[in-house]
Design a protein around this ligand. Structure first.
Ligand code: URA
Length: 444
């Protein structure tokens, strides 16, 4: 086989065979295929797309490029979740202990922030001494002992995806639905999950701008699940305004703890209950512990009010070396030295709280990375005081900035001038969940 022939086939819009895909992905992983060949193939895929069968073969080639985790010592049916990335999206921190509190083990590998969206690892590392660089032995041992473990993704999991993703990042080929879908699903499948809940965010703060694009991505990921023998539920959720009330690493962990204590913001609680419910529905299919979906929903919500989810979270923090005192004493978190509150210049109704503007401002403030590998400031971020649809009075606080550098604080204030829009007439609240797409409803 020759790379040139495979590129030509795709460039001409013809389908690739499993053998061609396997040969190319393996060759690229082991350095036998050059970056310029891989770039040409990625760009051809970007313009020509891939059929369902090609996407299946491509995903499996990524999975088989490295280690495949086996979680059967933890549970006969492992569930996982994945978010396509949002602003103020601390869902994993809350949902993982909720599900684990119901006796369903959760072993999760997470990533760092990407662009204007935050990452679970960065957030959890704002807990002093919390370790995410676990050995495989620790990962499995903690999963078994606590029923809840969180680690950084190992280099051995879908290494072809790691290499191709880095190349896509610098060759304008990230934004391709078949490539995004296969990239996300390969890591979930290699991570050992049988049931996968995908939180596909749509809106100005998400990578998918519209519900239509989100549904397209979700349907392809659900199809990959069906073709790879996995159960997948995709939730299309709104990301036009930040989720919950805080954005920033330590601030989001504090909000997660408050939510686990039963004091969460309505939108965040509703969202977390939905994701956790869908995870438990998948895990319970072969067990039949709950009579129906409503019973699952109630059990999931109860974990926030009976202390069980908070207890699981605390067990995980302690087992991974973190300072558990932070759970009762938020002053132990890294804290910013400067605070400034932006207030409404006029009264009216909130029409926009731009998640994109706030996410980008958080990166500028130091909560995210402008370049790969840069360090982050765990203490900076925002309290967001209003939601779309809220009535406001002149002078009412809209957002509080937590910063350490006066120059960055000024820049952030300037950048956020147009993030909030207030109008005279009443405005509708934003929808939270647009659609739920389940593999069980989809014929293979
Ligand atoms: N996240 C991934 O893991 N892969 C993509 O291609 C895009 C987002």
């Amino acid at each position: 086989m020759r790379a040139l022939d495979i590129i030509t086939t795709k460039r001409n819009g013809l389908p690739l065979t499993k053998e061609q895909i396997d040969w190319f992905v393996q060759g690229y992983t082991h350095g036998a295929i050059e970056d310029y060949h891989a770039t040409a193939l990625l760009m051809s895929i970007f313009f020509r797309g891939m059929s369902r069968q090609e996407i299946h073969h491509f995903t499996m080639a990524l999975v088989e490029s490295g280690e495949q985790m086996n979680l059967s010592h933890l549970t006969a049916y492992a569930v996982d979740k994945h978010s396509s990335g949002g602003v103020g999206d601390k869902t994993s921190l809350i949902v993982m202990p909720m599900v684990a509190a119901l006796g369903i083990p959760v072993a999760k590998m997470s990533g760092r922030g990407l662009g204007h969206t935050g990452g679970t690892l960065d957030k959890m590392e704002s807990i002093p001494n919390f370790r995410t660089n676990l050995t495989m032995q620790e990962y499995h041992e903690l999963g078994q002992r606590i029923g809840l473990v969180l680690a950084g993704q190992t280099q051995d999991l879908a290494p072809a995806d790691g290499k191709l993703y880095a190349l896509r990042d610098v060759t304008a080929t990230v934004d391709s639905i078949p490539l995004i879908a296969s990239s996300i699903m390969s890591k979930k499948i290699a991570g050992g999950a049988q049931g996968i809940v995908l939180d596909v965010k749509v809106g100005n703060g998400a990578f998918m701008p519209t519900v239509e694009r989100g549904v397209e991505l979700a349907e392809i990921m659900v199809e990959i699940g069906v073709d790879c023998g996995r159960d997948v539920t995709a939730i299309i959720s709104d990301m036009n305004q930040p989720l919950g009330t805080k954005v920033g690493n330590a601030l989001e962990v504090i909000e997660s703890i408050e939510t686990l204590q039963g004091y969460g913001a309505d939108d965040l609680v509703e969202h977390c209950v939905e994701i956790a419910t869908q995870m438990v529905i998948l895990a319970d299919r072969s067990v039949g512990h709950y009579p129906n979906e409503q019973a699952i929903r109630e059990a999931v919500l109860a974990t926030l009010h009976n202390g069980q989810a908070l207890h699981k979270f605390s067990e995980m923090v302690e087992a991974q070396g973190g300072d558990v005192e932070t759970l009762t004493d938020f002053s132990r978190f890294p804290t910013a030295t400067l605070q400034h509150t932006l207030v409404a210049e006029r009264g009216g109704h909130v029409q926009q709280v731009s998640a994109r503007d706030i996410g980008e401002a958080s990166v500028r403030l130091g909560a995210g990375r402008a370049v790969k590998g840069a360090s982050i400031d765990p203490s900076v971020g925002f309290d967001v005081h209003v939601k779309v649809g809220d009535p406001v009075q002149q002078g009412q606080p809209l957002l509080t900035i937590h910063a350490n550098d006066p120059r960055l604080l000024d820049e952030t204030l300037h950048a956020l001038q147009s993030a909030f829009v207030i109008v005279d007439e009443p405005t509708d609240k934003l929808p939270k969940i647009h659609r739920v797409i389940r593999s069980v409803d989809m014929a293979s």
